[in-house]
Design a protein around this ligand. Structure first.
Ligand code: FEO
Length: 166
């Protein structure tokens, strides 16, 4: 049986992943309204990944005989003003998620919950990848410096993004 505090933390994380999916859908929608289909596609796939993260945690809690508590998900930001603003917000959000994941890893170690510690390592690696991907795109947007042709090429590049394998 999973420790109550760890169960609570994973439940909170499950809701943060669902919030992330909503946030990235809002970002995808914003880009569709700007006719930037590649940027929209990037965040659509990002939202799908967040749902997958949430479901990994949902399944894990059941596997260890824990309980999933379904609660409310706050509404995300839905008003954006520029490409760079969206990506910088996404990176700031991912940094929060990384801190949250790390706090679960630490709590799992503190109470010798090695199963949860092992389970969470996948998320530790995923956060490294997510932050790195966003930083790379932000650097490219900054290099473009508002040049429409360069941003168009970046939009086309992001349109090629494939769904991540689980
Ligand atoms: Fe589920 Fe973007 O971390």
């Amino acid at each position: 049986m999973i420790n109550d505090r760890i169960q609570e933390m994973i439940n909170e994380q499950f809701h943060k992943e669902l919030y992330s999916a909503h946030l990235y859908l809002a970002m995808s929608s914003y880009f569709l309204t700007q006719d930037l289909d590649g940027f929209a596609h990037f965040f659509r796939l990002q939202a799908d990944e967040e749902m997958m993260h949430a479901m990994k945690q949902f399944d894990y809690l059941h596997e260890v005989d824990g309980q999933v508590t379904i609660g409310t998900i706050p509404a995300p930001e839905t008003s954006f003003n520029s490409i760079i603003e969206v990506f910088e917000l996404a990176l700031e959000h991912e940094k929060l998620v990384t801190r949250s994941i790390n706090s679960i890893v630490k709590a799992a170690l503190d109470c010798s919950d090695f199963a949860t510690h092992g389970f969470m390592q996948w998320f530790v690696q995923e956060q490294i990848e997510e932050e790195s991907t966003l930083r790379t795109i932000i650097a490219k947007i900054k290099l473009a410096d508002g040049n429409k042709s360069t941003l168009y090429l970046l939009n086309e590049e992001l349109l090629q993004r494939q769904p991540e394998e689980e």
